[in-house]
Each structure stands twice: as structure tokens, then as C-alpha cells.
Write a protein that binds this ligand. Structure first.
Ligand SMILES: *[C@@H]1O[C@H](CO)[C@@H](O)[C@H](O)[C@H]1NC(C)=O
Ligand SMILES: *[C@@H]1O[C@H](CO)[C@@H](O)[C@H](O)[C@H]1NC(C)=O
Ligand SMILES: *[C@@H]1O[C@H](CO)[C@@H](O)[C@H](O)[C@H]1NC(C)=O
Ligand SMILES: *[C@@H]1O[C@H](CO)[C@@H](O)[C@H](O)[C@H]1NC(C)=O
Ligand SMILES: *[C@@H]1O[C@H](CO)[C@@H](O)[C@H](O)[C@H]1NC(C)=O
Ligand SMILES: *[C@@H]1O[C@H](CO)[C@@H](O)[C@H](O)[C@H]1NC(C)=O
Ligand SMILES: *[C@@H]1O[C@H](CO)[C@@H](O)[C@H](O)[C@H]1NC(C)=O
Ligand SMILES: *[C@@H]1O[C@H](CO)[C@@H](O)[C@H](O)[C@H]1NC(C)=O
Ligand SMILES: *[C@@H]1O[C@H](CO)[C@@H](O)[C@H](O)[C@H]1NC(C)=O
Ligand SMILES: *[C@@H]1O[C@H](CO)[C@@H](O)[C@H](O)[C@H]1NC(C)=O
Ligand SMILES: *[C@@H]1O[C@H](CO)[C@@H](O)[C@H](O)[C@H]1NC(C)=O
Length: 274
């Protein structure tokens, strides 16, 4: 055969495969179909990859992104801590969460720090997230504290009588660390929570207990990287992003079945291998 003809044929074959004709004609892969459905979860609609839960199967998202849809808002468990999901921005790969135990209260029954998520490979705090320190059950303090940075509030926890508590809106360093530890070190519990920069700034204008609650309820942003680059490639080639629950890796569901990253490239390799 003339080499030019051969080249032309090869090009046509590649073009045909590039245009998405399946390897074997037949019904589309069921996982591809199932993962192409976004889902509604409690108060949030049209949620997609990397989230799953309710009737969206686990292979359509990363394990960390399981949503519980049975409450009035979706909830997510991050390193064994429950968060309300307030909003999800798929295009920015970010979502807003608030501590479930601090929802509508600044005096939860059990006092725990917000998880640092520092051993998560997929989640990160957004760049504007800052820490706020809350000190519970303090004795009367003997030094004057800057009122625009600290505030005192009462809590009735476990039906015990009012306890004196403080919170500090900025990094503790501004007081000088030795002073802080000697001042708040006498409180029985320190809790470190996360708020957005703008909530912390608002709080500095009015440090009331109500505003502390509002800052916590407005939540903070987390960003994700659930193989985002592979997912873009996958979607660009007409696939649905997903997760291989046996190999614990990203997978791309194509109409004709799963591939590691992409629905097109592999077919060219497939051809080349023939
Ligand atoms: C796809 O979703 C349908 C309907 O929810 C379900 O019956 C079916 O088992 C799912 N298929 C797979 C492979 O999980
Ligand atoms: C899901 O959320 C509901 C309501 O918030 C809660 O009662 C339930 O325990 C949660 N389920 C799981 C498995 O965490
Ligand atoms: C995070 O790392 C700590 C130790 O560094 C470990 O105790 C904890 O179980 C880890 N959490 C998760 C969710 O892997
Ligand atoms: C996601 O964030 C971008 C940039 O902030 C914004 O333009 C877009 O409207 C947001 N999408 C949703 C669904 O909130
Ligand atoms: C309140 O009681 C619960 C259960 O008895 C306990 O786990 C928790 O630590 C108590 N909270 C405080 C702040 O003492
Ligand atoms: C919260 O973290 C701080 C600093 O790491 C620690 O001193 C404190 O004991 C923690 N609080 C709780 C309730 O675990
Ligand atoms: C806390 O409670 C005490 C006594 O119950 C009260 O005198 C004080 O004004 C309260 N403080 C605040 C900030 O509400
Ligand atoms: C620590 O507190 C003492 C008074 O108790 C004050 O004189 C000193 O300036 C404080 N140090 C810093 C670094 O704020
Ligand atoms: C601070 O906010 C509370 C309500 O959150 C309000 O009652 C109070 O008047 C405000 N204080 C100032 C000084 O604006
Ligand atoms: C989360 O990020 C979005 C932009 O993507 C921003 O509009 C929103 O105010 C942020 N929310 C919080 C609580 O930081
Ligand atoms: C998951 O990975 C295993 C091992 O790499 C592979 O045999 C299997 O076909 C993959 N399944 C999916 C759904 O990607």
C-alpha cells in the first residue's frame, strides 16, 4: 500500500476514535451514567464531584467528601468532626463550612479545637482563614485587656452556673506570649476555632457574644484538590470524574468504562498498541 494512503487511513481512524465512538457499541457504562447525575442534599442543589452521599454512589467522589443529607443542611465529617456545609462552589473547588457543635451557640457541651486538617491530602483552609481563641471557665482576670480584641461572655454549660469566658480575635502574640499564658493559662479550657478574615474584622468592631456567634455561624472556606487537574482532563474528554474505591485513586468514567485519567488519550494508545 502507498505510505500516504496508510497515513491517511490512520488519521481517519484516530479522528473516529477522538470523536468518541466507543470501543464496543452498546449501553453506556452504568458508573458513567450514575456519576453524571449531580445530586441535591438537604438545602444545597446540584452537587457534583468530588461529593457523594444520599443516592450518589461512593465511586463518584473522594471518600472524605461524603455528605449527610438528613438534616436541614448537608453535613460533612472532617477528621471525625462534624461541619455544616453552608455552600459549595464547584468551579472554585471550594466550600464553606461551620462547626456543627457551635451552630447557634458559643457554649457547646463538649469543648474541642477545630481540626487542623494538616494531614489531609485533599483539603486546605482558604488563605483568608484565621484562628480565634476562646477561653472557657476563667477566674477573674487581673490585667486590663484591650476591649476591641477581647470580650467576656457567660456560658451555662451542662446546667452548671454561669462561667466566665473570654475570646481573643487576633493572634495571641500581640499581648506578648508570656503575658497571655499567665493570663489565660488560668482558664480551664482553650479552644481554637477558625473564622474568615472578614468575620474577624467585623468582630473587632463589636465584640459582643452575639457577634462571636455570628462569626462562627458564617463559617470559613475550605479548598479541595481531589485530583483536580486529572478531573479537568477527564471532563474535557467527555468523561465523569470518579474514584476507584479498590485502588484508592482518581478514575475517569467514560461511556465505555473507566480509565485512569482521560477518555481520549487512552484510545490513541490503544490504537498505537494494535
Ligand atoms: C446506578 O444507579 C442506579 C439507580 O440509582 C442503581 O440502581 C444502580 O445499581 C447503579 N449502578 C451501579 C453500577 O452502581
Ligand atoms: C446525619 O445527620 C443527622 C441530622 O443532622 C444526624 O442525626 C445523623 O446522626 C447523621 N448521620 C450520620 C451517619 O452521621
Ligand atoms: C492525623 O495524624 C495524626 C497523627 O499525626 C493521627 O493521630 C490521626 O489519626 C490522623 N488523622 C487522620 C484522619 O488520618
Ligand atoms: C464561585 O465563585 C466565583 C468567584 O468568586 C463566582 O463568580 C461564582 O458565582 C461562584 N459560584 C457559585 C455557584 O457560587
Ligand atoms: C458536659 O457533660 C458532658 C457529658 O457528661 C461531658 O462530656 C463534657 O465534657 C461536659 N462539658 C463541660 C464543658 O464540662
Ligand atoms: C486546643 O489547642 C491548643 C493549642 O494547640 C491547646 O493548648 C488546647 O489544649 C487545645 N484545646 C482542646 C480543648 O483540646
Ligand atoms: C455574667 O453573669 C454574671 C452573674 O450571673 C453577671 O453579673 C455578668 O454581668 C454577666 N456577664 C455578661 C458579660 O453577661
Ligand atoms: C506584660 O504585662 C505586664 C503587666 O502585667 C506589662 O507591664 C508588660 O508590658 C506586658 N508585656 C507585653 C509584651 O505586653
Ligand atoms: C454590638 O452588637 C450587639 C448585637 O450583636 C448590639 O446589641 C450592640 O448594641 C452592639 N454594640 C455596639 C457598641 O455597637
Ligand atoms: C468563601 O469564598 C467565597 C469566594 O469563593 C466568598 O465569596 C465567601 O465570602 C467566602 N466565605 C467565607 C465564610 O469566607
Ligand atoms: C480500579 O483499579 C484496579 C487496579 O488498578 C483496576 O483493576 C480496576 O479496573 C479499577 N476500577 C475502576 C472502576 O477504575
Amino acid at each position: 500500500m502507498h505510505p500516504y494512503l496508510l497515513l491517511q487511513q490512520l488519521l481517519i481512524i484516530i479522528l473516529v476514535f477522538l470523536s468518541g465512538v466507543p470501543k464496543s457499541l452498546g449501553a453506556d457504562d452504568e458508573r458513567y451514567l450514575n456519576c453524571s447525575q449531580s445530586f441535591d442534599c438537604a438545602s444545597i442543589e446540584s452537587i457534583g464531584y468530588p461529593f457523594w452521599g444520599s443516592n450518589r454512589p461512593d465511586y463518584c467522589g473522594f471518600p472524605e467528601f461524603k455528605l449527610n443529607c438528613s438534616g436541614d443542611a448537608p453535613s460533612i465529617s472532617i477528621q471525625e468532626q462534624e461541619f455544616r456545609v453552608l455552600s459549595i462552589n464547584q468551579s472554585q473547588s471550594s466550600f464553606t463550612v461551620a462547626r456543627a457543635d457551635y451552630w447557634n451557640t458559643v457554649c457547646p457541651a463538649s469543648l474541642t479545637n477545630t481540626t487542623t486538617i494538616d494531614n489531609s491530602s485533599v483539603l486546605e483552609f482558604a488563605s483568608d482563614v484565621q484562628q480565634l481563641s476562646i477561653f472557657y471557665s476563667c477566674p477573674p482576670l487581673n490585667i486590663p485587656l484591650p476591649p476591641q480584641l477581647t470580650s467576656q461572655f457567660n456560658c451555662t454549660i451542662n446546667s452548671t452556673t454561669d462561667s466566665i469566658n473570654y475570646y481573643v480575635t487576633k493572634d495571641l502574640d500581640i499581648f506578648g506570649l508570656s503575658n497571655i499564658s499567665s493570663t489565660f493559662g488560668t482558664c480551664s479550657t482553650t479552644v481554637r476555632v477558625r473564622v474568615s478574615q472578614s468575620a474577624a474584622s467585623n468582630l473587632a468592631l463589636n465584640t459582643s457574644k452575639e457577634n462571636l456567634g455570628a462569626a462562627l455561624d458564617s463559617g470559613f472556606n475550605l479548598t479541595w484538590d481531589a485530583s483536580n487537574t486529572l478531573c479537568k482532563q477527564c471532563q474535557g474528554s467527555g468523561g465523569q470524574c470518579g474514584y476507584n474505591t479498590s485502588s484508592s485513586e482518581f478514575t475517569c468514567y467514560c461511556k465505555d468504562g473507566p480509565n485512569p485519567s482521560d477518555c481520549r488519550v487512552l484510545r490513541i494508545f490503544y490504537l498505537a498498541g494494535k
